[in-house]
Design a binder for this molecule. Structure first.
Ligand SMILES: Cc1cc2nc3c(=O)[nH]c(=O)nc-3n(C[C@H](O)[C@H](O)[C@H](O)COP(=O)(O)OP(=O)(O)OC[C@H]3O[C@@H](n4cnc5c(N)ncnc54)[C@H](O)[C@@H]3O)c2cc1C
Length: 509
């Protein structure tokens, strides 16, 4: 059947952002989502009066959402109630130290000084580097389709002292951990700063220093909580998309992108239906899009010369508690005893860390209604390696759950956790793999490892298939809510540019 316009595969944040942007610019949009809900990993679980965000919980850079709503002349604040959090994170260490990452940079500096006076200056120096790198990212990486260095800056045409200084500031010879080590001495402060890179599910020991810019994107722009939970973000985007006329088809699994003469022409579903479009946006994992939906020479050309490694996966425990832990902030990190051991296990050996870092969300601090009165809707995430053939999480989960609870008892004063549990649900790497059709259970798309190329992901305009665009955490500019949203905007903007320049070309003939 010919539908025409743009067909979008997947209704995650990237797919929804692309749908809204395209529809706002006058395109006809049909979106297919295999699950019954829209929002992908930003899903919700409700049980016995507890409400849990199932995936993302930390929202940064709301300006990306603002830009998407502005495409349609709308104000984000009419769709989402965002609250800025302070502290941004509460950090618990094995030696009993508790360090708050405060929203106000001066207070953050002061709190760091209270546990390590000599690192106040180091923190300033690190943040100066982070600011510079965030600026360079804004200038060269963001809001446009980028696949490699030559897409970021035209060195031959634009070489100037300023560009040269920007290139040097990228510190291509250094990793995130290397940069932090230069600035900060205290291992606890280092461990906290190294954890920004966990937003892209990669090791600070392998990720390029340019990703230190993430620290500025959080500390400079804040951590935000959408009232109603992170789930409120896809709900707001869905509302906007519906107002703009997007046709949503949930419960439809796309199994093939039909191409003719190297051009995307139609989508084929698991039911065998075929829908013809002028252009296609895939919000499915980029590697799996090429491998499973297209194959042939496009897949060979995409995969040639580069192994795309999945980012980390994770285990989530959703615990409804009869009694709250008032000493927790909204976002908490309970750090591992030894980051090298932890990152070595997850990223080098491909095994769960023996003593992991646990992230805990306790959203009742901001929105008491997430749990029955006095209770707590606790979300505990531990990063694990992406799925290997040898991993059977149905067998591994019980022992690893024990490891996590023991860690919380030791380092976060939660020894009586099991006595408080009234609801318990889990999400394993295998569940993530099956629910969202990602690469090897990855939470954050593709790993960002490699000092020079680590920051680059597949571009949003396919180089292999005409009329195909990629949106989502495994395409440029990468994973995490703001980046996946930006990815959708870029895919739509690039598609729009191509469609309007083609139309102008045809009109001129
Ligand atoms: C446990 C967890 C915690 C996280 N924490 C944070 C956090 O605190 N902060 C943060 O910024 N980010 C976090 N993230 C990452 C963030 O959720 C993702 O980067 C982002 O949501 C990915 O969006 P996406 O557009 O790539 O789509 P996804 O969410 O991956 O959605 C893709 C959608 O496409 C659908 N689909 C795939 N293939 C097909 C097909 N063939 N046919 C039809 N439909 C298809 C899938 O069903 C899915 O709904 C977390 C993720 C997880 C899982």
């Amino acid at each position: 059947m010919r539908i025409g316009g743009t067909g979008i595969i997947g209704g995650g944040l990237g797919g929804l952002a692309a749908a809204c942007t395209l529809a706002a610019r006058g395109h006809k949009v049909t979106l297919f989502e295999k699950n019954a809900w829209l929002g992908g990993k930003a899903a919700v679980l409700e049980e016995q009066g507890f409400r849990f965000d199932m995936g993302p919980t930390i929202l940064t850079m709301p300006r990306v959402l603002e830009r998407i709503f502005a495409e349609a002349g709308r104000n984000l604040s009419d769709y989402l109630d965002l609250v800025r959090l302070d502290p941004q994170w509460r950090c618990f260490y094995d030696d009993g130290t508790v360090l708050d990452l405060r929203n106000d940079p001066a207070q953050a500096r002061q709190a760091i000084g209270a546990i390590s006076p000599q690192d106040q200056k180091g923190f300033d120096d690190f943040m100066a580097v982070a600011r510079r790198l965030a600026d360079v990212s804004d200038k060269f990486f963001f809001w446009k389709s980028v696949e490699d260095l030559k897409d970021t800056m035209n060195l031959k045409a634009n070489m100037s002292l300023e560009t040269l200084s920007d290139v040097l500031s990228l510190r291509m010879h250094r990793t995130v951990a290397g940069q932090i080590k230069r600035n900060v001495a205290d291992p606890r402060v280092r461990q906290m700063l190294e954890h920004f890179i966990q937003y892209v599910g990669s090791s600070p020991l392998g990720a390029p220093a340019v990703l230190c810019g993430i620290a500025q994107m959080q500390l400079g722009e804040g951590v935000w909580y959408p009232m109603g939970g992170t789930r409120a973000v896809p709900l707001a985007l869905t509302r906007l998309a519906e107002e703009l006329g997007v046709d949503f088809r949930t419960g439809v699994d796309v199994t093939r992108i039909h191409t003719e003469d190297g051009q995307a022409k139609a989508l084929v579903t698991a039911e065998g239906e075929r829908f013809e479009f002028d252009r296609v946006v895939s919000n499915m994992d980029s590697v799996r899009t090429y491998k499973e939906l297209i194959g042939g020479t496009a897949w060979n050309s995409f995969s040639r010369g580069r192994t795309r490694e999945a980012a980390c996966s994770g285990v989530v425990l959703y615990l409804g508690l009869s009694k709250a832990y008032e000493h927790l902030a909204h976002h908490n990190f309970v750090f591992s005893r030894d980051p090298e051991e932890e990152f070595g296990a997850i990223y080098d050996k491909g095994e769960p860390a023996p003593d992991p870092t646990a992230y805990i969300a306790a959203p009742a601090r901001t929105e008491p209604g997430v749990a029955p009165e006095g209770g707590e809707a606790l979300y505990i995430l531990v990063h694990t390696p992406y799925l290997r053939d040898r991993h059977d999480w149905s067998k591994m989960l019980p022992a690893y759950r024990r490891t996590i609870l023991d860690k919380l008892a030791r380092a976060a004063g939660m020894g009586d956790l099991e006595e408080r549990i009234v609801v318990e649900r889990t999400l394993t790497p295998q569940d993530i793999h099956d629910r969202y059709k990602v690469l090897n259970g990855a939470i954050y798309g593709l790993a960002s490892h490699g000092k020079v190329l680590g920051a680059f992901k597949p571009g949003n305009r396919s180089r292999q298939v005409k009329g195909l665009y990629l949106a989502g955490g495994s395409a440029h500019p990468g994973p995490g809510m703001p980046m996946a949203l930006m990815s959708g905007w870029i895919a739509a903007d690039t598609l729009h540019q191509d469609a309007t320049s083609n139309a102008a070309h045809v009109a001129a003939q």
